[in-house]
Design a protein around this ligand. Structure first.
Ligand code: URA
Length: 331
C-alpha cells in the first residue's frame, strides 16, 4: 500500500498541515500522523507531494506498559527521521492549528483595549515608523546590534534561533548585503556561512579578498521559516536598520547580493538580471543627501542553482575589484 501526501495549503511561507492518506481506500481515510511543516523548497520542488512517500514508523501507544525505554526512544528517533525525510524541517507545534480560523476567532472575541503608554516602542502596522526612530538613535554598531536584538516589531525573531547581525570587519571598503539568514546562519548567528556563503568566500578569494577585509550583513536579521522569501512588510520593517547599519559601518561601496537586497535598498521593481553589474546609488536618508555607490549582483544561492550564470557574477566582481582598487589607491 502506498501513501501520498496532501497539503491543505500551498501558499509559500504559510504553515502547512500535512496528512498521510491511502489513495486506495474509499473516502481517503488518514493513515498516518497529521503535522505542521513550513511550506518550503521541498514542497515547491514537489518532494513532498509527488511519488510514494516513506511510511511513518509507529510509536508505541501512550501509557503502554512497555518497560524497554530504549524501544520508545528508537521509535521516536525513527519517526523524527521520517518527518525530516519528507521535508518537514521546522517543528511548528505538537498539534495542527488552523491559523486562519484562529485569527478570525481572536478578532471576534477580543474587545478593544487601551494600551498603557510604554517605553518599549509598539510596532506600527508597517513597523517602519518605530524602526526609523530606534535605528536613528543608534550611534554605534554595538548599539544597533542590541536595538535589533530587542526590536519587537518583526515576528521572525520568534521562530529564529539566533539574531544574525554581521560578519567581517566594519570599516572595510566594501559591505555585502544579502537577503536573510538561512538554516546554517540561523544556527551559527553569522551571515553567509552555509553553502551560499562558502561560494561567496570563493568569489571573494578570486578577487583577492576574504572576511578580514569585507563586511557582510543581510536585509533581515532573522531566518524566515523554511527559508521562504521575506514578505514586503518584513523587509520594509527592517529597512531602517540595514540603512543605519550601512551608515555606521562606513563602507565606500555596497554590493547588493540578489534581487531582494537590490529591490529594497534601491527601491526598485526592476529585476536583478537587468540591475546586475550596473553601479547604482543607495539612498540612506529620507532626503537622499546621504548615498553610496551600490553594485547589484546575483545571489550566491542562485548561482549554486544556475552555475552557468557564474560568469555574469564574475564580470560584476571584476568591476567591483577595479572600483575597490581605485578607492584604496586613493586612500
Ligand atoms: N543567503 C542570504 O541572503 N544571506 C545569508 O546570510 C545566507 C544565505
Amino acid at each position: 500500500m502506498k501513501d501520498r501526501l496532501l497539503g491543505t495549503s500551498l501558499w509559500e511561507g504559510m504553515p502547512l498541515q500535512v496528512k498521510l492518506y491511502c489513495p486506495d481506500v474509499h473516502n481517503r481515510k488518514p493513515v498516518g500522523s497529521v503535522f505542521n511543516v513550513w511550506h518550503d523548497e521541498a514542497v515547491t520542488q514537489g518532494k513532498l507531494n509527488t511519488g510514494p512517500a516513506p511510511v511513518p514508523p509507529e510509536l508505541p501507544p501512550d501509557g503502554s506498559d512497555q518497560s524497554d525505554q530504549s524501544d520508545q526512544s528508537q521509535a521516536e528517533q525513527a519517526l523524527l527521521e521520517w518527518y525530516i525525510a519528507v521535508g518537514a524541517d521546522e517543528a511548528v507545534g505538537d498539534a495542527p492549528i488552523n491559523r486562519l480560523q484562529a485569527a478570525a476567532q481572536t478578532t471576534a472575541a477580543t474587545p478593544p483595549q487601551h494600551t498603557p503608554p510604554s517605553a518599549t516602542p509598539r510596532p506600527s502596522h508597517s513597523g517602519s515608523v518605530d524602526a526609523n526612530a530606534i535605528a536613528a538613535a543608534c550611534q554605534t554598531l554595538e548599539e544597533l546590534r542590541q536595538a535589533i536584538e530587542t526590536f519587537p516589531g518583526c515576528a521572525l525573531k520568534n521562530t529564529a534561533n539566533k539574531t544574525v547581525f554581521a560578519d567581517g570587519v566594519a570599516g572595510s571598503s566594501v559591505m555585502f548585503i544579502g537577503e536573510a539568514p538561512g538554516r546554517e546562519e540561523d544556527l551559527q548567528g553569522l551571515p553567509f556561512v552555509g553553502a551560499a556563503g562558502q561560494l561567496l568566500d570563493r568569489m571573494l578569494h578570486a578577487i583577492g579578498r576574504d572576511r578580514t577585509c569585507v563586511y557582510i550583513s543581510n536585509i533581515l536579521n532573522w531566518r524566515p521559516p523554511g527559508n521562504r522569501a521575506p514578505t514586503v512588510d518584513e523587509a520594509m520593517t527592517m529597512l531602517p536598520f540595514i540603512k543605519r547599519h550601512i551608515i555606521l559601518a562606513q563602507p565606500a561601496v555596497v554590493v547588493l547580493l540578489g534581487g531582494t537586497s537590490a529591490k529594497y535598498l534601491l527601491d526598485t521593481t526592476t529585476g536583478i538580471m537587468r540591475l546586475r553589474g550596473r553601479w547604482a546609488e543607495v539612498s540612506l536618508d529620507e532626503g537622499g543627501a546621504a548615498h553610496l555607490p551600490a553594485l547589484p549582483t546575483l545571489h550566491p544561492a542562485y548561482l549554486l542553482r544556475q552555475p552557468a550564470h557564474k560568469r555574469l557574477a564574475w564580470q560584476d566582481f571584476l568591476a567591483l575589484k577595479a572600483r575597490l582598487d581605485e578607492i584604496e589607491a586613493r586612500a
